[in-house]
Design a protein around this ligand. Structure first.
Ligand code: PMV
Length: 348
């Protein structure tokens, strides 16, 4: 790493179809269950991060969407510390291209999302994946880095890979086997499409960290889900993806989303991420599928009211028309309807 080096990278968001909810270790960010997601296309919802390194910088600093944020947040510090440790290890291993001297330089980090931040659209996943990847380029670190991204935000480990990605729960207390792994590449299912319906672009009222903590403490459904339900759902989901069985994929995706939000409701005090519009979208999807007697579209919701719709290319134009009919973009009756916009995001 040379003084004055500037590196820019981008990383896409991933959408979980088997959700991660609950940590067994808050420090290392180790989950209570394995999860599985679809990484979106690079050109769609993404974070772009630029990192500069200079001997003239007095301290590490970070700007997110143009605003300076606290660099001392523990998760940011975990990623920075771990990446510097790996870089030092690599220099120690004798690679002359990467002098240790540069590692003492401070970094300035600028990160920008091209979509609403902290609104339940996986901004922390693309954000931390991008941070770790850009640092790896700056420091010349190669290899498995999902465990570092995981320490920024759990779901970020899955954005280190494209296509269909599983984050394995792992067994070790040090988290070394709690890693992301590509199940199928981005080329596997070219007909699959993702549609993001932005119901509300505001920041969510309960962040995933505190939401998970309360759920782990109070929800017996979460315990049952993690111990008994997820592994069976995961096996079925892997089969559906491997065989490109949309009907099974869609059903499992909707069931898992519903189970996650049921867990939120089972948390005490309960957590409500879905809004009335979210529920209208859920009903619309079920009516649409019922009309065709087939699962043609599926919804999933993370920690926010915004819907992510999965469908196949052949059904996309019609379903977009249906959404536009029921939620006209020009409608100004309600603020959340006004904010509803439709975006078609190809997965591959
Ligand atoms: O990685 P976090 O702390 O942003 O948590 C993500 C949790 C969900 O988005 C609700 C589910 C998931 O697996 O992405």
């Amino acid at each position: 790493m040379l003084d004055g080096t500037v590196i820019t990278c981008s990383a896409p968001v991933n959408i979980a179809v088997i959700k991660y909810w609950g940590k067994r270790d808050d420090e290392l960010i180790l989950p209570v269950n394995s999860s599985l997601s679809v990484t979106l296309h690079q050109d769609q919802l993404k974070t772009t991060t630029t990192i500069a390194c200079s001997r003239d910088f007095q301290e590490d600093r970070i700007w997110i969407n143009g605003r300076e944020e606290d660099i001392n947040q523990s998760r940011l510090q975990s990623c920075l510390r771990e990446m510097r440790r790996l870089a030092r290890k690599r220099s120690g291993d004798g690679d002359p291209a990467h002098g240790v001297a540069g590692l003492s330089h401070k970094v300035h980090i600028c990160s920008v999302n091209n979509f609403p931040t902290a609104a339940g659209l996986a901004s922390s996943a693309s954000g931390y994946a991008c941070l770790v990847y850009t640092l790896s380029r700056l420091f010349g670190v190669e290899g498995e880095l999902s465990a570092v991204a995981r320490q920024g935000s759990g779901s970020a480990c899955r954005s280190m890979y494209g296509g269909f990605v599983q984050w394995k729960i792992g067994e070790r207390a040090d988290g070394k086997d709690s890693l992301a792994e590509q199940v199928q590449p981005e080329t596997h299912w070219p007909e699959l499409r993702v549609l993001v319906l932005v119901v509300n672009a505001q920041r969510k009222h309960i962040g995933s960290t505190s939401g998970m903590q309360t759920s782990v403490k109070t929800s017996s459904l979460l315990k049952h889900r993690a111990e008994c339900l997820v592994s069976g759902q995961m096996d079925k989901m892997m089969r559906a993806i491997n065989t490109k069985d949309f009907s099974a994929f869609g059903e499992l995706t909707m069931q898992d989303s519903n189970q996650f939000h049921a867990t939120c409701l089972d948390t005490y005090p309960p957590i409500f991420y879905l809004s009335d519009v979210s529920r209208q979208i859920i009903n619309l999807v079920h009516c649409y599928n019922h009309h065709y007697r087939e699962i043609k579209v599926a919804y999933t919701f993370d920690a926010g009211p915004n819907a992510v719709i999965f469908t196949l290319q052949e059904h996309l134009p019609e379903f977009v028309q249906v959404v536009r009919y029921f939620f006209p973009p020009e409608s100004n009756e309600e603020q959340f309807l006004k904010g509803l916009s439709v975006d078609s995001v190809p997965v591959s």
